[in-house]
Design a binder for this molecule. Structure first.
Ligand SMILES: *Cc1c(COP(=O)(O)O)cnc(C)c1O
Length: 354
């Protein structure tokens, strides 16, 4: 029995927790692992043993909460006066919520015009101080690094090692939910913190003898922001998948190492491939994730189309964030006619068409 349901309490033996670390929690973690039923069939691989880790069911709607609960708890332990981050959206929503719970002020630098509506709304309502900058995420992060020191604020971007430490708990959960590690993990790559964190978790349990093996880590950048794949920073990253619109990933080296050590790979997928996967996940499995979240599945589909045979393998795809965060993406992905019709039985029957 766990004495508390808080993520960092449950896994405290594997985390940099001390006796005096407060537990700032919103009920994060313990997200469902759901088996895909229709999608493998639709892809032409009915025997594909595919599971989705639904990280969009965390309290602020993305996996960022796993790392944020630890980062904010440690910030409080260390007596910090406030936290600051640059964000493509989900980090700001998570930081704002946990900072509020801890009673700390939260400052957020946002790249103007490239943050999904739902994420912005969250950060505003949680009470963060939002500062929109005329620049992209990478520029915002550089500013945060300069300002944090002068203002004595704690950075809660994923360059804060507690973020990755907290995020590695997702790997523990996947192993517990499957009863074993998967053979493959497919995951989106933006700042490359999440793929690095999963690898830390899988490797730790393997090294401790709690798991027999560790999965191959398969990460996917958006083609317009594929710094790791192209082996150079991208000055002007572009993709509809705004959460992975990052040109100079903070955990670049650790992610490369994760792919190498696990016998996996990091590749890129186009916006069309991402949006096709985004629609397919919703329409075959009833799961609404955000476009960035679909990059891992887009990568899986790309791999299958290239001739990979995964029938004897267990595959987990991480769906990193909740689709409700970005209603505009859904509305522009599917063109429908919402003009009202006459409110009569005949007209409605006509519209149903069966
Ligand atoms: C942050 C984020 C990512 C990218 O994760 P990294 O750790 O930056 O690679 C992917 N999807 C969503 C929804 C995110 O919020």
């Amino acid at each position: 029995m766990h004495s508390s349901s808080a993520l960092i309490d449950i896994y405290r033996d594997y985390l940099p927790m001390s006796e005096s670390t407060p537990v700032i929690t919103l009920g994060e973690g313990n997200t469902p692992l759901v088996k895909a039923v229709n999608l493998p069939q639709q892809l032409g691989f009915p025997k594909l043993n595919l599971h989705f880790k639904l990280e969009g069911l965390n309290p602020t709607g993305s996996f960022k909460d796993r790392g944020m609960t630890l980062a904010i708890s440690k910030a409080v332990e260390e007596g910090c006066r406030g936290v600051i981050c640059a964000s493509t959206g989900n980090t700001s929503a998570s930081a704002a919520a946990f900072a509020t719970k801890a009673g700390l002020p939260c400052f957020v630098l946002l790249p103007a015009g490239h943050v999904a509506l739902g994420k912005l709304a969250q950060a505003i309502l949680y009470g963060a101080k939002l500062i929109s900058i005329d620049g992209n995420f990478d520029q915002a992060l550089n500013l945060v690094k300069d300002v944090a020191e002068d203002c004595h604020l704690t950075i809660v971007n994923s360059i804060n090692n507690y973020r990755l430490e907290g995020q590695k708990t997702a790997a523990f959960e996947v192993i517990e939910q499957l009863g074993k590690p998967p053979d493959y993990l497919f995951i989106p790559v933006g700042n490359a913190g999440n793929i690095s964190a999963y690898w830390r978790g899988f490797k730790l349990w393997k090294n401790m003898g709690k798991a027999a093996m560790a999965p191959r880590m398969c990460g996917f950048e958006a083609a317009g922001a594929a710094a790791i794949v192209l082996k150079r920073p991208i000055a002007e990253p572009e993709t509809k998948a705004t959460a992975i619109r990052i040109g100079n990933p903070a955990s670049w080296k650790e992610a490369e190492k994760a792919a190498l050590e696990s016998d996996g790979w990091i590749d890129s997928v186009t916006d069309d491939e991402i949006m096709d996967a985004y629609k397919l996940i919703a329409r075959s499995e009833g799961i609404f994730c955000e476009p960035s979240s679909a990059a891992g599945v887009a990568g899986l589909i790309k791999h299958l189309k290239a001739g990979a045979v995964l029938t004897d393998s267990t595959v987990v795809a991480v769906l990193t964030g909740n689709g409700l965060k970005d209603p505009n993406a859904a509305m522009s992905a599917i063109k429908i006619d919402l003009n009202p019709i006459e409110a009569t039985v005949e007209k409605v029957k006509l519209a149903i068409g069966i």
